[in-house]
Design a protein around this ligand. Structure first.
Ligand code: UT7
Length: 327
């Protein structure tokens, strides 16, 4: 049996902090509303000129360094992102060039906030099939570039950042990715989408004036899907591995909203001490959310060698996914 073992991890968030108080000067909101409804206190915002590939490359560089691999050993780069530098070439190809990963194939995966777990799943399948041994998996988004700072129902939620892991084939023991599960349900454009800039609505004066190049979200509808689907996909992972909830050492959920995290943890009967939370610092960073959280959990000692970690996420599509990793 081949397992995909994590041998390197890294993350990067821009320096600039945007606090709830600052947002009160931009839209009609309050620190009290944002904190009580979302748990978010601040988020990071990329300065002008910084791109998703810059964030991805910074995170990936740290992950490769920690892995001890020679950059030439990376055979595949996968980047989960919905905010690529440009429509093409892919952000993965741009990262390849920035880091000199000359021997890798590279492509992006668009799966909303599930982008990192989807990418992890694809990477795991390539490793298990024997096609590749060393794969760089990135989740990075720069949501501030597609956030409408006149829309208080969305602009308080999002931030910028990314993370990356290096996976390698492991045949010696059971450390690595034990399972991944991915789901999609098209037909929910009305609750989460960015319509402008694609083939349906190419950029035009009209599309800019009607603010179609920004995220549109029906938050409370998405909230209901999130809690139910995240619970279901977490249970699917636990049952698939013949585990019980209490066997999981750390639950690292998508950091969208503290109320979604708490409601899901409650349904799964996870005590909050076993749940990793950093949504207060970064808000929702889409594909960046899980790898940033994993990196912080690892660096703070909450994720140790042999720990069983469960991750799950939901995003535009709808897409949702989970994975259990023996760290
Ligand atoms: O990453 C993909 C996954 N994303 C998510 O899962 C996001 C899911 N949704 C959410 O996190 C929550 O639905 C929100 C945080 C977006 C909103 O919380 P909510 O409890 O569902 O609030 P709501 O949308 O039902 O709005 C309640 C009220 C409304 O006022 P009325 O109509 O009751 O008078 C809104 O206009 O809160 C108002 N409101 C605000 N007030 C102050 C909405 N945004 C704000 C704001 N500040 N920023």
């Amino acid at each position: 049996m081949i397992y995909s073992k994590v041998i390197g991890i890294g993350s990067f968030v821009p320096e600039r902090v945007l606090t709830n108080d600052e947002l009160c000067g931009i839209v009609d909101t309050s620190d009290e509303w944002i904190t009580s409804r979302t748990g978010i206190k601040e988020r990071r915002i990329a300065e002008k000129g910084l791109t998703t590939s810059d964030i991805a490359a910074e995170a990936a560089k740290k992950a490769i360094e920690l892995s001890g691999l020679n950059p030439q050993d990376v055979e595949l780069i996968l980047a989960g992102t919905i905010t690529p530098d440009m429509i093409f070439p892919s952000t993965s190809c741009i990262v390849q060039e920035k880091l000199g990963l000359k021997n890798a194939a590279a492509f992006d995966i668009s799966a909303g906030c599930s982008g990192f777990i989807y990418s992890l799943s694809v990477a795991d399948s390539f490793i298990k099939s024997g096609k590749y041994k060393n794969v760089l998996v990135i989740g990075a988004d720069l949501l501030s570039r597609i956030t409408d700072y006149t829309d208080r129902s969305t602009c308080v939620l999002f931030g910028d950042g990314g993370g990356a892991v290096v996976l390698t084939a492991n045949t010696e023991n059971t450390r690595g990715i034990l399972s991944t599960h991915m789901h999609s349900e098209g037909g929910h454009d009305d609750i989460l989408m960015l319509k402008g800039g694609g083939s349906l609505m190419p950029a035009s004066l009209e599309s800019v004036n009607s603010r179609e190049h920004y995220i549109k979200m029906k938050g409370s509808e998405l909230f209901r899907y999130a809690v139910n689907y995240l619970k279901a996909v977490a249970e699917e992972a636990i049952e698939f591995n013949n585990l019980k909830a209490e066997d999981i050492d750390l639950f690292v959920p998508h950091q969208a909203n503290i109320r979604i995290i708490e409601a899901t943890a409650k349904k799964l009967r996870f005590p909050m001490e076993k749940v990793f939370i950093n949504v207060e610092k970064y808000g929702n960073t889409s594909s960046g959310s899980i790898p940033i959280a994993l990196d912080e959990a690892y660096k703070s000692g909450r994720l140790k060698e042999g720990s069983l970690v469960l991750i799950d996420a939901i995003g535009a599509g709808l897409t949702w996914a989970s994975s259990i990793i023996r760290w």
